[in-house]
Design a protein around this ligand. Structure first.
Ligand code: 6LW
Length: 496
């Protein structure tokens, strides 16, 4: 059967995968968002269902005041003796830590810190020993992939931190993972940086400590020379053995808006590439680049993005807040959502009252009824990249009445594009996206009015910097309480 890439659409970067209990489990980065580290389950590596998040309690992760695209970087998931571990970096506090659980559907432990620096930590277990590696400096100050053995109960180092590989010569050596396959230890990593030069490279050794011999044909996987092509930025992957003994790399990549429009507003997404080993024990991935589709053994469902409403799994399990939310400001009912505004707006590096889900396809329609109670403030729907770049259509209220507004925030420019008086305190807000733009509308008594549009290219890492993608959300700020009802998000086909 043929599957299409991405196998998981939307801002789910830095995938890491492990196989346990006859299933596959995957985690992704979450940065400033809470809960942290989305967790997915799959039977076939193609269809991924979110089963929760790993970092669900404030005590597990510091997010207050952290910068956008700081916080929780690339996680790794591993299972050893029936216990799951998720190890990650809080890039803002510069701490590497792991949490564990014996029940993948349950809560995870409090964090256990490891006194080794660097980013993109990973774990490798063998014969009762636990090895911890990251991309950082060893005890002698040498930069590269650095490894130590740890006591997995306490996180304490049992050895020094030792440099084991310097990569194949690309910049930003990241995402090291170690595997034992046959007689070799394979050390796979990413190089080139997470933009258009990104790539997957590897080396192998007969010892866990090296010396590691680089694959002679590195990079093993990259789309840096594949053009014109929508999927770019392929890198940061994890190797996994499928149920039929077939190997794959699950990695990140992004879809640019169009082959001649090198901007990606959907963030970095998850791709699946087949891997094969040759008779000398080296492996190749696809034909060296990630294609739009591949054949895979076994049954799976063709990808569909289901409509999202209040109460659906995608909304209940996928919803995220910006930094640590004050839950007093949120009331979730089956068919309505009440948001209480605070002094924080979407422009603040704080936790404004906001709840969102990732935008997973270029083409979409989102609509919600909003009703405001209170004296002054606003509430609406937003396409949010970070505090500097976001667009929203909202209802705003003050002493002189209500108006519907379209606000476009790009860089330092905070612009009200349109404001229309409304003779009521409720209205239906509508947002429609395609590959290039977001259109904003209000609907009253069945009549729709367009307030304007914003270009999609400004809600991207190419413009904003950073590592996240666009999140579609509802928000409130100021002295209002907003009731949202009849929320619907439907995806439509991307333009070609
Ligand atoms: C992550 C690094 C990377 O730590 O991006 O794509 C960084 N690779 O490995 C943030 O996601």
């Amino acid at each position: 059967m043929i599957y299409n890439n991405p196998v998981l659409k939307g801002f789910y970067p830095d995938p890491s995968v492990c196989r346990a209990n006859g299933k596959f489990y995957m985690v992704c980065s979450s940065f400033q968002y809470f809960p942290g580290v989305p967790l997915f389950e799959s039977d076939n590596l193609v269809n991924w269902k979110q089963i929760g998040h790993v970092l669900t309690r404030k005590s597990q992760v510091e997010l207050d005041g952290i910068n956008s695209s700081g916080g929780v970087f690339a996680p790794t998931i591993r299972c050893n003796n029936g216990r799951f571990y998720m190890v990650t970096t809080n890039d803002t506090t510069h701490k590497n830590f792991y949490v564990w659980t014996d029940d993948i559907y349950g809560e995870w432990s409090e964090p256990v810190e490891v006194e080794q620096g660097g980013i993109d930590p990973s774990l490798y277990f063998e014969n009762g020993r636990a090895y911890f590696m990251s991309n950082g400096e060893d005890d002698n100050g040498a930069g590269g992939v650095t490894q130590c053995e740890i006591d997995i109960e306490t996180g304490k180092k049992l050895t020094g931190s030792i440099n084991i590989w310097n990569g194949s010569g690309g910049r930003f050596l990241e995402s090291p993972h170690l595997y034992k396959i046959g007689k070799y230890y394979y050390l796979m990593a990413a190089e080139g940086g997470t933009e258009y030069g990104h790539m997957v490279t590897y080396a192998r050794s007969e010892s866990v400590w090296g010396p590691f011999e680089s694959y002679p044909c590195n990079p093993v996987l990259t789309n840096r020379n594949k053009a014109p092509n929508i999927i770019q930025g392929i890198g940061h992957g994890d190797l996994v053995c499928g149920k039929n003994g077939d190997w794959h790399i699950l990695c990140l990549g992004f879809r640019q808006q169009h082959i001649w429009m090198p901007y990606h507003n959907l963030g970095r997404e998850v791709m699946l590439v087949p891997v094969s080993f040759d008779e000398n024990g080296w492996f190749t991935a696809g034909n060296g680049a990630c294609e739009d589709s591949y054949e895979i053994d076994g049954g799976f469902e063709q990808d569909t993005l289901n409509p999202v409403r209040f109460g659906t799994d995608e909304f209940n399990k996928g919803r995220i807040f910006i930094r640590h939310p004050d839950m007093e400001c949120y009331t979730f009912f089956d068919s309505t959502l009440t948001l209480r505004g605070s002094k924080y707006t979407l422009d603040d590096v704080a936790s404004p009252t906001f709840v969102g889900i990732r935008q997973r396809e270029f083409g979409f329609e989102l609509a919600a009824d909003v009703k405001l109670c209170g004296q002054s403030g606003e509430a609406g729907v937003t396409a949010y990249m970070c505090e500097n770049e976001h667009y929203e259509v909202a209802l705003r209220k003050n002493e002189s009445g209500c108006e519907a507004i379209l606000r476009l925030n790009i860089g330092g420019i905070k612009h009200i594009q349109n404001a229309v008086p409304i003779d009521s305190d409720s209205v239906r807000l509508v947002m429609r996206g395609n590959n290039f733009s977001y259109g904003f509308f209000i609907c009253q008594n069945g009549e729709e009015t367009q307030l304007g549009a914003g270009q999609a290219k400004y809600l991207t890492s190419e413009v904003s910097g950073g590592f996240t993608g666009t999140v579609l959300g509802m928000y409130a700020c100021g002295g209002v309480t907003a009731e949202f009802a009849d929320f619907r998000l439907c995806y439509t086909k991307a333009l070609t």
